[in-house]
Design a protein around this ligand. Structure first.
Ligand SMILES: NC(=O)c1ccc[n+]([C@@H]2O[C@H](COP(=O)([O-])OP(=O)(O)OC[C@H]3O[C@@H](n4cnc5c(N)ncnc54)[C@H](OP(=O)(O)O)[C@@H]3O)[C@@H](O)[C@H]2O)c1
Length: 270
């Protein structure tokens, strides 16, 4: 099988999710992937688990692939190795750093042939990701194919205007954490209602999963599906009334806006 080579700078949660997605989909073989961390334990752990190559140095990493996936923490961009400017000359750079716009990335990778800013999410680990992306300049057909191959290995993909990236990331990149918090709260509610912890967990997880699948499969608005569960004077209405009284929707709205604001703020940091 012919595959594209990708080098990962940073080997933590997101890089691992991307590596897992690529390998699971057969979009890359372990031999096609290399990684380098920041001196901690993540890169060796990723290599031990997946069989991809541990690069011995930054030059070795960048030499191993035509595409560099940048996956360290956004705060680490300012202190990134200055050799990256030359080492990425002529390469395709795909960054997943929250809040780091293509123009900022171009300062670190000034000679890259193309720069992409992508915001994947952790469901990418099981091929169920949702990634929004944009590029500094329009991509060549070959680069677009490479980027789409990388990102579709993680799940669904949407190319959007750069101006919408912070908002998109607040929904889809941070969104899984918000849903996990919801699932934990549903579980805890079950325990408060008298269920054993394990039973509450099973009921909460399977309910979140089943409801999300129903939502995706039917394409029906969530409000309509909610209406179908809610009989007049019934138990669901009693629960929803409490959610409304506590302004659940307003809380989620503020949650998304706070995440977006933080993404914008990070884009102003060096
Ligand atoms: N988590 C998400 O859902 C999500 C979604 C979208 C985007 N992102 C973005 O993904 C990026 C990574 O997040 P994460 O959750 O994967 O973080 P993480 O688990 O903390 O991983 C950070 C990685 O960066 C490495 N690193 C640290 N300093 C480095 C350096 N100077 N050069 C190369 N690598 C270095 C670390 O290696 P050591 O272990 O060796 O220190 C580690 O492998 C962030 O920029 C974040 O904005 C995350």
């Amino acid at each position: 099988m012919s595959t594209t080579r990708y080098a990962f700078l940073g080997a933590g949660n997101m890089a691992s999710a991307m590596v897992d997605g690529l390998l699971a989909r057969g979009a890359a073989l372990p031999a096609d992937l290399a990684c380098l961390g920041g001196g901690g334990a993540t890169a060796a752990a990723l290599v031990a688990r997946t069989g991809i190559t541990l690069a011995s140095s930054l030059p070795a990493l960048t030499a191993s692939a035509d595409t560099l996936v940048v996956a360290f923490k956004p705060q680490q961009l300012a202190g990134a190795d200055p050799r990256l400017a030359e080492l990425t000359a002529g390469k395709l750079v795909v960054s997943v750093l929250a809040g780091k716009r293509p123009a900022r990335l171009a300062q670190t990778f000034p000679r890259a042939r193309a720069i992409v800013w992508a915001m994947p999410n952790t469901p990418a680990r099981i091929g169920a990701g949702m990634t929004a992306w944009c590029s500094l300049a329009p991509l060549s057909t070959a680069d677009r194919t490479t980027v789409e191959m990388l990102l579709t290995a993680l799940g669904r993909v949407v190319e959007i205007d750069e101006a919408l990236m912070d908002a998109a990331a607040a929904v889809s990149a941070s969104g899984p954490a918000f849903l996990f918090e919801f699932a934990a709260a549903l579980r805890d509610g079950g325990v408060a209602a008298g269920l054993p912890a394990e039973t509450a967990k099973d009921l909460a997880v399977e309910t979140v999963l089943g409801a999300a699948r129903l939502l995706a499969r039917t394409g029906t608005d969530p409000e309509e599906l909610r209406r179908q569960v809610t009989s007049p004077k019934g138990m669901t209405l009693a629960g929803l009334t409490k959610m409304e009284a506590r302004d659940f929707r307003g809380t989620l709205r503020e949650t998304v806006l706070a995440a977006k604001a933080r993404s914008e703020e990070m884009s102003r940091d060096a």
